[in-house]
Structures are given as structure tokens and as C-alpha cells.
Write a protein that binds this ligand. Structure first.
Ligand code: COA
Length: 330
């Protein structure tokens, strides 16, 4: 029987420092009312000076390992989805591996911006399905506070820092039922951060995130609707069979517009962007953890995880949840 990848552990980390909309009002020409009405965001977390993508990831990963009852030395592979790694190289995943003491694990980073976590889940699924890798740590971690222009009100109000992790293990039942990945590089200029080797960066000393908000907004709704339909159909299910939709938390208006277009009942759509803003690759695993904590995921449920972001890129996965959240694993 073909091996599937099943989620057996989960964890999240949010920095302590809360940055409210009211505080942002003092820095840029914005208002709490504007941010709330256009994005649904009330506050976000900001990493301390000594925190990085790898240190946040390690906190989330330790929780995930504990839930899965795994010793880090049992891990075969670590995939870190991030676009804000501590260093260009070595990979953030290698730093995580060392801090965890996961001495047996291979480690690499995956860059698919805010779609990164779903891309990494799909990658782990393929490694496990092909055999030879049984226990994989997938972590989404981003520290956007370091790549935002805090003078640019059109971007700085939208993002926050954090990390989320899951353990995926080989199984013959449950787990990932289907996934969809996509990319449209023609939209690369709509959302980007210049790289170290970008000559415009050298010329303009501009290393901040740049975004065409309205265009990304349209892309996001269109893509989330399409990817949701496709991934559910690929799993031979209907939208009604899905118990919880966990979308990338970028903007509650985007999530609500997609949900409306798909006629999803609000109680089946998870939202926590109000407290964390857009945490990029961390947003879906953080939302997954909170959905579990809130008792919104039960054994046997079908979940749809759907992300979109820079690339432009998108990724979706349907998961049959067969861990018992109350027992913190079976
Ligand atoms: N506070 C107050 N006004 C702001 C503002 C802020 N923080 N940011 C932008 N504005 C202004 C704009 O300058 C514009 O003013 P103008 O009409 O005088 O030119 C006005 O608000 C409306 O801007 P617009 O961009 O049309 O608003 P919007 O309804 O599209 O909302 C976003 C803007 C950014 C919230 C929305 O486009 C969005 O969420 N896009 C997707 C972003 C995203 O998710 N990115 C990450 C993807 S992973």
C-alpha cells in the first residue's frame, strides 16, 4: 500500500512583543479604523532583536516534536519554508537542525514566500511517499519585521513575525489526500524583496518588501477559489466534505471574499489574522495549531490548507486528520 504523510505533531511560536494598530498610527499616516476595515488586522507580533527565523522555528519545532513523542535524533529530514532566513547560507534548516540536535536529519530551505508551508508539506509528502524518509519536520518561519519599510504605510501594517511547525510521518492511512501547487512568475514584480545580487538594490539601497496591493488582492481571491476547488476535487471530495478551511492569513477581506465565492459557511473558515497579521510561511501552521487548541479539529475531519503569495505562487492540500488532538497524538 502506498505510503501517506500524516501529521503527528504541531507547534507554534509567536514573539512576545505585540505591536498594535494604535502604535502604528504614531509612525505612519494610518489609523486603527483603516487597518481594521481594510485588512481585519488589530495587532501583530514583532521578533526581539535576538530572535531570528531559526530561533522561532526551533521553539515551534520543539513543541511539535513533543506532541509527536519524537526525539529530534529520530528526524530524517527538516524542511524550512522561509524567505527571511538568518543568513543567505547556510540554510535556516541547517541552523534549526543544529539547535534541535537532529543529528541524523538532512536539511534544506524552501522559498515559495507565503505559499512556502504548503509547498514544504507537499515536498515532505513526496519524500515520504517515495520511501527512505519516515519522519520529517516541516516548519514555516518568517521575520518580516526585518524586511519592511516602516515608513511605507501600504505594507508595514500588514505583516507580523512568527513560526509554526508540524511533524509528518509515514502512514498507511489518513494524512495528505491531495495537493495542488502552482506558480505564475509573470507576476513576480507584484510582490517582491530585492536579493543581495539585485543590481537595483545596490543602486538604490532599497532592500524592502515592495507590493502592488490591489493586484495581489485580486490574484489572491481568484487563486484561493481555484486552488480550493481543484485540491478538493483531486481528493475525490466535495466542498461539503471539508470540515475546516485554513487559508493563508493575509487579509480577512480576501478570506471572506473567497469563502463567499465558494459558498462556505463562516464556521468552517478559520481566521486569526486579526491577532498576528500576515506571518507569511508561518501563517497556516500557526492557524492549524490554534484551530486544534480551540477544539475545531476532530479525529476524522477533512481539512483544506490553502496558501498564496509572492512568485506569484499558490499551494493547497487536503488532509484527513487522524490524530486525536485531545490525546495529543495516538
Ligand atoms: N492607512 C491608511 N491609508 C492607506 C494605507 C494605510 N495603512 N495603505 C494604503 N492607504 C491608502 C492608499 O494610499 C489609497 O489612498 P488613495 O485612494 O488616496 O490613493 C487608499 O488607502 C486605498 O488604497 P487601496 O490600495 O486601493 O486599498 P485596498 O482596499 O486595496 O486595500 C490592501 C489595500 C493593501 C489592504 C489590499 O490591497 C490588500 O490586502 N492587498 C493584498 C496584500 C497581500 O495580501 N499581500 C501579501 C500576499 S501574501
Amino acid at each position: 500500500m502506498a505510503l501517506r504523510a500524516r501529521i503527528t505533531g504541531w507547534g507554534k511560536y509567536l514573539p512576545q512583543r505585540i505591536l498594535t494598530n494604535r502604535e502604528l498610527e504614531k509612525w505612519v499616516d494610518t489609523s486603527d479604523a483603516w487597518i481594521r476595515s481594510r485588512t481585519g488586522i488589530r495587532e501583530r507580533r514583532i521578533a526581539a532583536d535576538d530572535e531570528t527565523a531559526s530561533t522561532m522555528a526551533v521553539e515551534a519545532s520543539r513543541q511539535a516534536l513533543e506532541v509527536a513523542h519524537l526525539n529530534p535524533k529520530e528526524l530524517d529530514l527538516i524542511i524550512a519554508a522561509t524567505v527571511t532566513p538568518d543568513k543567505v547560507f547556510p540554510a535556516c534548516a541547517s541552523l534549526i537542525q543544529h539547535q534541535l540536535g537532529a543529528s541524523k536529519a538532512a536539511a534544506f530551505d524552501l522559498n515559495a514566500a507565503c505559499s512556502g508551508f504548503v509547498y514544504a508539506l507537499a515536498t515532505a509528502n513526496q519524500f515520504i511517499g517515495a520511501g527512505g524518509f519516515e519522519k520529517v519536520l516541516v516548519v514555516g518561519t518568517d521575520v518580516y519585521s526585518r524586511i519592511l519599510d516602516w515608513r511605507d504605510r501600504s505594507t508595514c501594517v500588514l505583516f507580523g513575525d512568527g513560526a509554526g511547525a508540524v511533524i509528518m510521518e509515514a502512514s498507511t492511512q489518513g494524512g495528505s489526500l491531495s495537493f495542488v501547487l502552482g506558480s505564475d512568475g509573470s507576476g513576480a514584480d507584484l510582490l517582491y524583496v530585492p536579493g543581495l545580487c539585485d543590481s537595483t538594490l545596490v543602486a538604490n539601497d532599497h532592500h524592502y518588501l515592495t507590493m502592488n496591493g490591489p493586484e495581489v488582492f485580486k490574484f489572491a481571491i481568484h487563486t484561493m477559489v481555484g486552488a480550493t476547488k481543484q485540491v478538493v476535487e483531486t481528493a475525490h471530495l466535495t466542498l461539503d466534505d471539508i470540515d475546516l478551511f485554513i487559508y493563508h492569513q493575509a487579509n480577512s477581506r480576501i478570506i471572506q471574499a473567497a469563502a463567499k465565492s465558494l459558498s462556505l459557511p463562516p464556521h468552517k473558515v478559520f481566521i486569526n489574522v486579526d491577532r498576528y497579521g500576515n506571518t507569511s510561511a508561518a501563517s497556516i501552521p500557526i492557524a492549524l495549531c490554534e484551530a486544534i487548541e480551540e477544539g475545531r479539529i476532530q479525529k476524522g475531519d477533512h481539512l483544506a490548507l490553502v496558501g498564496f503569495g509572492g512568485g506569484l505562487s499558490w499551494g493547497a492540500m487536503v488532509v484527513e486528520w487522524d490524530s486525536d488532538p485531545l490525546e495529543k497524538n495516538v
